[in-house]
Design a protein around this ligand. Structure first.
Ligand code: ADE
Length: 252
């Protein structure tokens, strides 16, 4: 890959995008498909930063534009997710090794979760890209207070947050009831977290042969309390984790 090839950074949250743009000295806006793509540099690397919007279709359109219009040669997605795996707690980070669409069901024509005509339900992330991001995430998690401040550590009980690596499930639903979360755990026992975009980006990147990786900060447990303090958590914790992790990764 050419060192000058831009890296696509997709963020799921407006608060996160604002912090990333503040870190770029020279960002320029280009609007495509009704979205603002921010071209510039960060840590000396050429980047294109964009808000994915919410849901699989919006994320797929955004990823396609990043590849087709901006020629990015790798994509990294950061945002938040609901923790569904055992021991995946608020404030932890989940690095995806693969994605599945939990709401894909063309049965009985195809097995549940299989993407029709792809012959598979799982889309893997890029191992080399993911290894670099894992190191960056561990660096941030080892010094949480330095990134989010002592008040946020106390407010959200961010004691010894952990990095988990494994399957993330995506679907066009904000999972916010204990019963729905249990059903998801039963259908996909190995899923660590649930969100609304990653599997779509993984499929687009597989179609184009573009390396993809994703880091998600756990904002809730996808249960009856999932909406509580969501915005404050994103502002005070998740967006700062993302800034720290991406900055450490790009600096390597
Ligand atoms: N993103 C963050 N929390 C989520 C949840 N509970 N369901 C879907 N997407 C999410």
């Amino acid at each position: 890959m050419s060192p000058a090839a831009p890296i696509g950074l997709m963020s799921a949250m407006h608060e996160e995008l604002v912090l990333l743009l503040e870190a770029m000295p020279d960002e320029q806006r280009v609007t495509v498909a009704g979205r603002d793509f921010w071209l510039g540099h960060w840590q000396g690397r050429s980047v294109v930063v964009v808000l994915s919007r919410i849901g699989k279709v919006a994320a797929a359109t955004t990823a396609t534009a990043l590849i087709e219009r901006f020629g990015v040669q790798q994509i990294v997605f950061t945002g938040v997710a609901g923790g569904v795996g055992p021991g995946v707690r608020v404030g932890d980070v989940v690095l995806a090794d693969s994605f599945v669409q939990h709401d894909m069901d063309a049965s009985p024509l195809f097995p549940r979760h299989e993407v029709p005509l792809y012959g598979r339900s799982r889309f893997a992330t890029d191992p080399a890209l993911s290894r670099g991001l894992a190191l960056a995430a561990q660096q941030v998690l080892a010094q949480v207070a330095a990134h989010v401040g002592g008040a946020a550590v106390a407010e959200f009980a961010l004691h010894s947050p952990r990095l988990h690596t494994g399957l993330i499930a995506s679907g066009d639903r904000f999972v916010s009831s204990t019963s729905e979360c249990r059903a998801l755990q039963q259908a996909l026992p190995e899923a660590l977290a649930v969100e609304m975009e990653g599997a779509a980006v993984a499929q687009v990147c597989a179609d184009y042969g573009v390396p993809f990786a994703a880091l998600r900060t756990v904002s809730d447990r996808a249960d009856d309390d999932a909406h509580a303090d969501f915005s404050r958590f994103i502002r005070s914790v998740a967006s700062r984790y993302s800034l720290g992790m991406l900055s450490a990764w790009l600096a390597r």
